[in-house]
Design a binder for this molecule. Sequence first.
Ligand code: G3P
Length: 224
Amino acid sequence: MLKTPLIAVSYKVYAEATGKRALELTGKIEKAAREYGDTVIIVPNLVDLKTVIEATELPVFAQHIDPYAPGSHTGSVTAEMIADAGATGTMINHSEKRMILADIDFAIKRAKELNLETMVCTNNVDVTGAVAALCPTYVAIEPPELIGGDISVSTAKPEVISGSVEIINRINPEVKVLCGAGVKKKEDVKKAVELGADGVLLASGIVKAKDPEAVMSSLLEGLH
Ligand code: G3P
């Protein structure tokens, strides 16, 4: 398992983090991560996944896998495909790519068989509790209304972080708790860790930053 506390950065499908720019951004994030020695997971888009994996030593997660075994499922991405590409794990059930519970269960089991870590996004404390029973490596709680904004979950909804930590401890303490949405500053990270989170998940705060390396360094300072 990767060392915690950690920071995970999703590239979503932002133009600033696609193709050649995905590689440039990865280089900047990696430079900051090396300096601090902390775990930084990057989550590039699925088309750039393999190219990014080949260009970095950072752990790389896919943004999604479909709940299928290899076979006749046109347009789908299987756990086997991302394992072959060299991914460390996969994010699933992001608010922008939701799945039903039975499919989340299937995807987690399939990923585990292939030694892939799993980060399951959740939208509230109750869903966090439900997902904990499926034993993913991480849950990442993100109130959907705060995603992409400038007010972080740690400021706007600290009770969602502490509530998630509490329900995880009750249902399955082996699961690590990440939180995200609106994380932009060192203080957001610091507060998340103080509330019991094992790290944060963010996107626009890094991908859209003028100086992603400087922002990454500052966020990493907030971990300690
Ligand atoms: O996947 C992380 C994401 O949903 C958070 O987005 O832009 O609020 O950091 P952002």
